[in-house]
Design a protein around this ligand. Structure first.
Ligand SMILES: NC(=O)c1ccc[n+]([C@@H]2O[C@H](COP(=O)([O-])OP(=O)(O)OC[C@H]3O[C@@H](n4cnc5c(N)ncnc54)[C@H](O)[C@@H]3O)[C@@H](O)[C@H]2O)c1
Length: 360
């Protein structure tokens, strides 16, 4: 069993070979760049050549903190620099499509934060532009590289729990929405900026559902305009079901974040450590019980990497690997178009109180 876990642990190890390093510049010097992107790149030994932000003083401060040699006065200046080959975009969702278009037009490869587009039409358009230009473009849907989730995916691929019959993710959090002024007026909020990670992960494990049904709600006294609690159910042609339930106004002061994957031959259960004390968090937990190995009860897998910052090595690493080897990033924009489709279907279900089918 320990040998089998060692194999999975090696497959989940996040590193970027020096031969894959490219000229990378970051657009946005906000909370997630300072707290996750740059610490992850530092941990991976990946140099960053420049950064820009509408808030020049902030860009300067972050550049100094992380030893980034160049602060550009604007996005235009950054994109005009021929030494910049890869653009790491991490600005509020509404601002991303224009920057994405400009980056592709300037011949840069792109890693965009989630959601890279707020509607399916824009997602298809942006993905098409990158493909036409022959550039690598991916979305920072880095939960797929969070070790608890990535190792669970490997266990499923290896057949340890058989075909998936059920997948659930449940989080109950006290999210400090006041930290993100741009999030306050968003009418599509919780699923669009937070649970999109869970919905992307469900898609990664189970593919496209036949249909979804979702409800969303607000809590008296909450700060943002949009929904802060949602529950979504998925129906699959195979008979499998999935549930994502997220509440961000937890007044019980007992935050938790759990997932469970049931299969025909076993089950996997875990916790998403980051969310117990965001943004510091703790390591995930992950346990498996399998009839095919057999495990003789629940066996804990030793998680040694975190969602923040480690998983951010995975998404940037996949873009650099794609440039170097021609591989396709796990979270390519072409794949993410279907996550945006799913998110749109969830909102249509929520708004119309109806089951929404997803085509192919
Ligand atoms: N786990 C994750 O993947 C994760 C977590 C948090 C946030 N995010 C995403 O990252 C993005 C940024 O979030 P954040 O928490 O850092 O927000 P933030 O508010 O802390 O920072 C956003 C920064 O972007 C800058 N900015 C805005 N428009 C810009 C423009 N046009 N050009 C240059 N700079 C611009 C702002 O000045 C600000 O410094 C959002 O899209 C958010 O959804 C992802």
């Amino acid at each position: 069993m320990i040998d089998l876990f060692a194999e999975i642990s090696e497959e989940c190890r996040l590193a970027i070979p020096a031969a894959h390093h490219r000229g990378i510049a970051v657009i946005g010097a906000g909370g997630i760049v300072e707290g996750a992107h740059l610490p992850a790149y530092a941990r991976a030994g990946l140099p960053i050549m420049g950064i820009t932000d509408l808030d020049a003083a902030r860009a300067q401060r972050v550049a100094e903190a992380f030893g980034i040699p160049r602060v550009y006065g604007s996005v235009e200046h950054l994109l005009a620099d021929p030494a910049v080959e890869v653009v790491d975009i991490a600005v509020p969702a509404a601002a991303q499509p224009a920057i994405f278009r400009a980056a592709i037009a300037a011949g840069k490869h792109v890693l965009a934060q989630k959601p890279f587009a707020l509607d399916p039409e824009t997602a298809v358009e942006l993905s098409g532009r990158a493909a036409e230009a022959g550039l690598v473009a991916a979305v920072n849907q880095q939960m797929r590289y969070d070790e608890g989730i990535a190792a669970a995916h490997r266990m499923v691929e290896k057949g340890w729990i058989g075909a998936i019959t059920g997948f659930s993710i449940t989080v109950n959090l006290a999210t400090p929405w006041e930290l993100w002024p741009w999030a306050q007026p968003m009418e599509r909020l919780e699923v669009m900026v937070h649970s999109i990670h869970y919905h992307d992960v469900v898609r990664w494990f189970l593919g496209e559902p036949e249909s979804v049904y979702a409800v969303g709600g607000r809590t008296p006294g909450q700060i943002p305009v949009g929904e802060t609690r949602t529950a979504t159910t998925y129906r699959y042609a195979s008979g499998a079901i999935a549930v994502v339930h997220a509440n961000h106004v937890n007044r019980g002061e007992d935050n938790y974040a759990e997932f469970r994957i049931d299969g025909a031959d076993g089950a996997i259960r875990g916790t998403i450590g980051l969310l117990y004390d965001y943004p510091d968090g703790r390591t995930d937990t992950l346990e498996v019980r399998s009839r095919t190995l057999p495990t003789d009860g629940w066996v804990p897998y030793p998680v040694t990497q975190r969602w923040i910052p480690d998983a951010f090595i995975g998404t940037m690493g996949s873009v650099l690997d794609a440039i170097a080897t021609g591989s396709t990033p796990l979270t390519s924009v072409a794949d993410n178009v279907r996550t945006i489709d799913l998110i749109d279907a969830i909102y249509r279900s929520m708004n119309d109180n109806s089951v929404v089918g997803l085509s192919g």
